[in-house]
Design a protein around this ligand. Structure first.
Ligand code: SF4
Length: 501
């Protein structure tokens, strides 16, 4: 029986060859429809065959392997659609396929840096760094933690540059996420966020943005850079988007999408599901509008997290809504091949929680330099300004005991655990220590005492009602999701044999 690492390596080298061929042939393929679709059909077959092999190896939950297969096919079909519609500029196609898909996703970063990391720590390094360069934002959305207008809370240019350089050189990472505030508001030493992206041309950047600052020249520059994919925040259609983000924002977003499409940039949307809009954002009307009419190529769905300004548990999608979202997003991925990720219901794709610098995972740093396991776990044991003042670097951040403890939780929960080992294999459709397992996370927060990054995070930690209600919510979701995990993911063969019996 081959190891999980062997099977992943074989899969990676095959996929890497396919990507190189696609990057080379992309511009021709956009004109050669039959060849393109034959190629895509062949790759789909290959992905399905690889899936069956992995399932037979018995190392990972079979249902999780199938989820990864479906999203892999959806990504491949998205690229095919993008080629068919000539949606990517030569630079965007090259950077998307070679830097994002090839280097960041398939090769998973730089081999030398990664080998050094493994040799030193016995585990692989994180692959993603999330940076929130500034708290400033040009909008004032209801419930958002960011500041409207100018703010002094931002990272200096040199710090951001050094962070990316260290993620690249010390972790071997190639994928940087920019969040906010609004990244396009960022300015320091006369330089903006696109200057940082330009300076690090062998990294790929995903930028969460409200889209309203994507004017003609920003769109042109993004098209020329090719290594940035904006994820524009929407709340649904006009009424919901303007209702939360402000009058006229929807129209400005539509204009931004038209500009990005014209400049052939790879762009998508990011939506937050609440109790009030969960069904709407995944409705045919909204999905068709963005994916068909507005030409977005990917969509991220985040369920509301009770953190940030004026947090409230009332806005959490109900357990029943969450279950509906799980079914609906799977349907959109497998039947319509949409590159759509429903966090947290899609935790199978990442083998659970990826926070705290897990191998293949990520860590986040905010505008004050506070490093936290994840933007949705706003507790920071270490600040980058202190780290640099002490002559340390990103490796020392990663090695912090609080982060190490979260990683131990992830392993215990099932990450890297072979099914044949037996023991607990936690439910990856409820992967989050913060929103799904607060009863387990809370004692760790007390024991390690990381600093809350703002007054809301501090208030949530002190509030017994918040704790009790969140734990109760976790129990209710578990009642619906644990049986699904057991029957669909861990033992689908039992379900299939009971159907045929
Ligand atoms: S802490 Fe939660 S939100 Fe953050 S990566 Fe883990 S599962 Fe995702």
């Amino acid at each position: 029986m081959g190891s999980l690492a062997d099977s992943r390596r074989n899969h990676a080298s095959w996929a890497r060859r396919a990507i190189s061929a696609l990057a080379w042939a992309g511009p021709f393929l956009s004109r050669l429809g039959p060849v393109r679709s034959r190629l895509a059909d062949g790759w789909e077959k290959k992905i399905r065959a690889e899936t069956e092999k992995q399932i037979r190896s018995g190392l990972k939950p079979p249902g999780a392997i199938r989820d990864r297969q479906e999203i892999g096919i959806a990504i491949m079909r998205t690229v095919e659609r993008a080629l068919m519609e000539n949606r990517l500029s030569r630079t965007s196609l090259d950077k998307f396929l070679n830097v994002l898909v090839g280097d960041a996703i398939i090769n998973k970063g730089d081999d030398n840096a990664k080998s050094r990391f493994v040799a030193r720590f016995g585990t692989s390094s994180p692959e993603i760094l999330l940076i929130s360069p500034t708290k400033a934002c040009n909008l004032f959305c209801k419930g958002c933690y960011a500041d409207s207008g100018a703010t002094r809370e931002k990272l200096e240019w040199e710090i951001i540059d050094r962070l990316i350089t260290e993620a690249h050189d010390l972790w071997g990472a190639r994928f940087i996420v920019l969040s906010g505030g609004e990244p396009l508001v960022y300015k320091d030493r006369g330089k903006g966020i696109l200057d940082i992206i330009e300076r690090h041309g062998d990294c790929f950047f995903m930028m969460y943005t409200n889209g309203t600052l994507i004017n003609d020249s920003v769109a042109v520059r993004m098209g020329e850079l090719g290594n940035v994919m904006p994820a524009i925040s929407v709340e649904g259609l006009r009424e919901k988007t303007d209702g939360r983000r402000g009058e006229g924002v929807f129209d400005r977003i539509i204009q931004a999408m038209e500009r990005l499409r014209r400049e052939r940039v790879f762009y998508g949307i990011s939506m937050t599901a609440t109790r009030d809009n969960a069904e709407e954002i995944l409705s045919d009307q909204v999905i068709n509008f963005y994916f068909q009419e507005m030409g977005v190529l990917f969509g991220w769905v985040f369920q509301y997290m009770p953190i940030g300004r004026a947090f409230t548990l009332r806005l959490l999608p109900t357990p029943e809504q969450r279950l509906w979202m799980w079914k609906r997003s799977r349907q959109l991925i497998s039947e319509r091949h949409l590159f759509l990720i429903d966090f947290w219901n899609g935790g199978t794709v990442s083998s659970g929680c990826i926070s705290a610098g897990r191998d293949g995972g990520y860590m986040a740093v905010d505008w004050n330099g506070a490093f936290m396991p994840c933007v949705f776990m706003p507790y920071s044991p270490v600040n980058i300004h202190d780290i640099y003042a002490q002559g340390k670097n990103l490796i020392d951040v990663w090695a912090d005991p609080f982060f190490a403890r979260i990683r131990a939780w992830q392993r215990d929960y099932g990450h890297k655990k072979s099914l044949s080992e037996g023991g607990r294999h936690g439910n990856w459709i409820m992967p989050c220590p913060m929103r799904d397992h607060y009863a387990e996370l809370y004692p760790l927060l007390r024991e390690y005492n990381p600093t809350p990054v703002d007054e809301n995070a501090a208030a949530a930690l002190q509030d017994p009602e918040y704790r009790e209600q969140l734990i109760e919510y976790n129990r209710s979701v578990g009642k619906l999701f644990d049986p699904i995990w057991e029957s669909r993911y861990l033992h689908p063969e039992k379900e299939e044999s009971s159907k045929t019996a």
